[in-house]
Design a protein around this ligand. Structure first.
Ligand SMILES: [Zn+2]
Ligand SMILES: [Zn+2]
Length: 386
């Protein structure tokens, strides 16, 4: 279905889609509001606003709440499009990143709506100083023990956010997802974040959070975090790759690809870049998954090429691999994170190993591509798709 045929701009915004509430009207009559809230990351890693969606069914629900401090803006935007926030039955969180759950506490308090998120989210927003790794940030919730942002930044921007969300009461969704009576189905699609969800609305729409974005490639999480938080997660996760890292991410992409094959006309609603540079970004689920997987194959190949010249640390690889404009300020930390995620997959494939001095060494093999091609979605989800 053509995105442009179903969307109506309710108020004119800027080139990135900020301040531009929209409404989708699907052939079945289903209506969805798209309410963008501003982000301020800027630079080469600019995401544009977070697109939060209100699904206007009998028990209306909101997906995502923008960054911290955006609760008020979101409520105002609801007002401006004549939607009463009190009518919200529930709020789903696509995943526990601050640009999605930052406004959650505010929204939950002001609307009284139930909060629904993956069980891993419910675990990771809590504080367990006694379980934190000795060199981690004990005063933070488990999700942030390994925060790589400087303390000057987190002290200013994160403390209120973390305190608030650690008090939230969550209705949890398990790995098998959730089926709702009204043709709504929630899927667990870990990888970008261990708690990522995608929400399918009949055969018409899928809300994909940050798992699939147009124009930019979502950053995979790191397998290494699993060891730190394992004790505080729900029991039953035996490997990092079940919810963290590039391997989990690619499996989730393939799960979404399967949904795209079944419903080729789905309108795909991402959490960023739906509208950017003054134009709409329509997504074809199958084609975009294929592009993203190809992108990760090429990135792994390039990392191996760099390592074939000799052992290198993640930051040295990042400097050679990424364009200079992406490495300014916090960009370097993001780039390094991205390289490590890929090196984890390369290392599981036997193509690199990590030497004692934190440098990666190429082993001479190139198994990563067949590893990636052979990854399949986890069985409980796969069987639910048939
Ligand atoms: Zn995210
Ligand atoms: Zn995001």
């Amino acid at each position: 279905m053509m995105l442009q045929d179903t969307v109506e701009i309710l108020s004119k915004g800027d080139e990135s889609g900020n301040h531009m509430p929209i409404r989708f009207t699907l052939p079945s009559g289903l209506e969805i509001l798209g309410l963008p809230t501003e982000n301020f990351y800027g630079g080469g890693w600019d995401l544009g606003p977070t697109w939060n969606y209100v699904v206007l069914i009998e028990s209306p629900f909101l997906v995502d709440t923008g960054k911290h401090g955006m609760g008020k803006a979101l409520l105002n935007m609801m007002d401006s499009v004549a939607f009463s926030a009190e009518a919200l039955d529930s709020i789903f969180i696509s995943h526990g990143h601050e640009d999605h759950d930052g406004g959650l506490f505010d929204m939950a308090q002001r609307t009284g709506a139930k909060v629904k998120a993956h069980a891993t989210y419910d675990r990771l927003i809590r504080k367990y100083p006694e379980h934190a790794p000795p060199d981690g940030r004990k005063k933070f919730p488990a999700s942030c023990w390994r925060c790589f942002m400087p303390e000057s930044y987190t002290d200013e921007y994160c403390l209120d956010y973390q305190r608030e969300r650690s008090q939230l009461k969550i209705e949890t969704i398990g790995d098998a997802g959730l089926e709702m009576g009204d043709a709504t189905r929630v899927y667990h699609v870990p990888g970008h974040s261990p708690d990522s969800l995608a929400i399918l609305l009949g055969d018409e729409v899928i809300i994909v959070g940050d798992t699939i974005l147009p124009g930019i490639t979502p950053v995979p999480s790191r397998e290494a975090f699993f060891g730190d938080v394992k004790e505080v997660l729900e029991p039953g996760y035996t490997s990092a790759q079940s919810i963290y890292g590039l391997t989990a991410y690619i499996k989730s992409l393939k799960k979404l690809r399967g949904i795209g094959e079944r419903f080729p006309d789905l309108l795909v609603l991402p959490a960023h870049r739906l509208f950017y540079d003054g134009r709409w970004n329509a997504l074809d689920l199958v084609a975009r998954v294929d592009e993203l997987i190809q992108h990760h194959i090429l990135r792994c190949a390039d990392i191996l090429k760099i390592l074939n010249k000799g052992p290198k640390s993640a930051s040295e690889i990042a400097v050679e691999h990424f364009e200079e404009r992406l490495l300014k300020g916090f960009g370097m930390l993001l780039a390094e994170n991205e390289i490590i995620s890929h090196c984890e997959l390369l290392s599981a494939s036997g193509d690199v190993h990590l030497a004692g001095d934190d440098r990666y060494v190429a082993t001479g093999s190139t198994n990563f591509e067949s590893t990636i091609q052979s990854l399949a979605p986890d069985t409980p989800a796969a069987s639910r798709q048939s």
